[in-house]
Design a binder for this molecule. Sequence first.
Ligand code: CA
Length: 451
Amino acid sequence: MWVQVLFVCGCTLFSWNLAENQGSFTQRQDDKGQCQYIFSVSSPEGSSHCPGGLTEIDGLLSRLTLLEALVSRLVGGTDGEAKPDRERSLQEAYTQVTGERDQLQQDIERLTKQIQELQRRLSKTSLEVESLRLKPCQPHTGHSPNTGSENSLSTDAYQEMRAEVTEVPASHLLPERNQTLNKGCGELVTVEEPVSHKKAESITGKYGVWLQDPEPQGSLYTTNTVWRIDAVGKDVRQLFAYEDMNQFSRGFPMKVLQLPEPVESTGATVYRGSFYYQRRQSRTIIRYDLTSESLVNQQDLPHASFHGQHPYSWGGRTDIDLAVDEQGLWAIYSTDEAKGAIVISKLDPESLEVRQSWETNIRKKTVANAFMICGCLYTVASYTAPNTTINYMFDTSTNAGKAVAIPFKNKYRYNSMVDYNHALRKLFAWDNFNMVTYDLRLLERSSQITS
Ligand code: CA
């Protein structure tokens, strides 16, 4: 349309010029025998201002042709076919860039994992070296010409230690998970990242207890059965049983048991077919048989503080914490006589009588939780810090404690229960509505622990 308008305007203008200047029209043949039409216009101001005649028309036509081409290109005429090509090439470039970005992200993830694995190995190696360093050195019988001098002894000791490091057998580290899990005891060296299995459905599950029986009895329940109590509330009596971890994660209990007495806090445990717990607002320990669903025994824990006198640092009336390990049933608590320091008692699982007690030198209120492994108490430093430590261990076989620093993660920042399962070699924990487990690594103890 614009081309036509321009052309009409151009013709009108030229016709007007002809009328104004009294032009004449002649016809002749050119050198090639073609017919040529010439307009002659006499100008009053000299030939220097003479309009271009046919030459000007040719110029206008050329310019109109050029404009036509440009308009045609603008409305997608001749370049119409190139547009899809451009879009296609842009799409290909975008796809290529996206692919490279994804590849880079994968590389970053892979390298991050490699770094974490290297850090874990480094940590493990450091612990092994530390363990070997504590080992008493054998008298050196080498052939150094300087035997007897301080210098040569120190060099020899170093060489001996280095040789021992290279000779640590793979079996020195106890297996993490296989058929031999129940065999062998050792010192805790590593707590792995927490693995989440379930999140509680309501506020009653902000804190609680969940466990699997490491040594089940009878045919009704197995090591796969999962036990759970949501511990928020004044009259906590419901004990949920799940067939296995899968049903537990899906939230489908196979049974709900009604306990005869209400439960206090998060210190309960499951052992050899019985559920052991502290009766609310008392120092009474109850043994509840899971098969007969009846209270079979109850016993006061002598002098034990209860109901908020000596809880863990997070409160929650966690005065009496029951625990199970390879050696049996334990109670972790405090007494007025111990002035808040943690007392450990070995309990008879049948009668609930105290067999033996130990008093540690760590205050119960200063730690977040505790558990037993192979007769050793371990305490968690904080229940809220995402990166905290197992900060103390007490060995009942030597009656001695020591500070340790084993990294431990509170992923959800409110860890209200931590207990050990020796059949699975895992820690079970209840962290802010979330039920999690931690894989562990133990190291055979190579030296006596000193306080
Ligand atoms: Ca505990």
